[in-house]
Design a protein around this ligand. Structure first.
Ligand code: COA
Length: 168
């Protein structure tokens, strides 16, 4: 699923909705099935799915509500849909959840060599707050990144246009 170095592609219309039981197979192709099955049933974890106007699945995000923060556990976008704002819109959905529930920050972990993901998070205002040496199989370090949630929306605060276009 590597797309490092890909350049920005034209926008496509897409929307984001809560994932349902029928999405589990698609998501489980890139994330742990047991976790997804539990998360789509509700509780502290939520799963959002990005889909195009024809119902094609483009990407997903898994997040968990913790006491003072929302943790993003996974975000992935299908190869052909990358660099079209889908990942950004999914991350913003998690940030909006934190803001709406008055949680103070959004946390996540990312591999230090994951250039695309790091660029996305930095662009959305996340900062690296800690490093976990050799955290991943293969020895890659993990960076813990965090975004402090304010009352202003990130799109307004950072001067970006809204990322999700179309049916959201
Ligand atoms: C990381 C990932 C979710 C990004 O999704 P995406 O839909 O392609 O990202 P977006 O189109 O919303 O990109 C938003 C911004 O992130 C940055 N970015 C995204 N991909 C990039 C890349 N390949 N190279 C450099 N910057 C990138 C850019 O700043 C981009 O803004 P721009 O297109 O206006 O320049 C996607 O590459 C992916 O699924 N990767 C594999 C799974 C993964 O690594 N998940 C993260 C685990 S922590």
């Amino acid at each position: 699923m590597s797309n490092a170095g890909a350049s920005a592609a034209p926008a496509i219309p897409f929307g984001i909705r809560p994932a349902r039981a029928q999405d589990v197979d698609w998501i489980a192709a890139s994330w742990a099935r047991v976790d997804i099955e539990g998360a789509v049933r509700g509780g502290r974890r939520s799963v959002w799915l990005a889909e195009d106007g024809a119902g094609g699945r483009l990407g997903f995000l898994v997040a968990e509500d913790c006491v003072d923060r929302v943790e993003i556990h996974a975000v992935a976008v299908a190869g052909l849909a990358r660099r079209r704002g889908v990942g950004r819109a999914l991350v913003r959905r998690a940030v909006e959840r934190a803001r709406a529930s008055r949680r103070e920050r959004v946390d996540l972990e990312v591999g230090q060599h994951n250039r695309a993901a790091r660029a996305l998070y930095v662009d959305e205002g996340f900062i690296a707050v800690a490093r976990r040496p050799r955290y991943y199989r293969g020895g890659e370090d993990a960076l813990l990144m965090s975004l402090r949630v304010t009352s202003a929306s990130p799109a307004t605060a950072r001067g970006h246009a809204p990322a999700a276009r179309g049916r959201e």
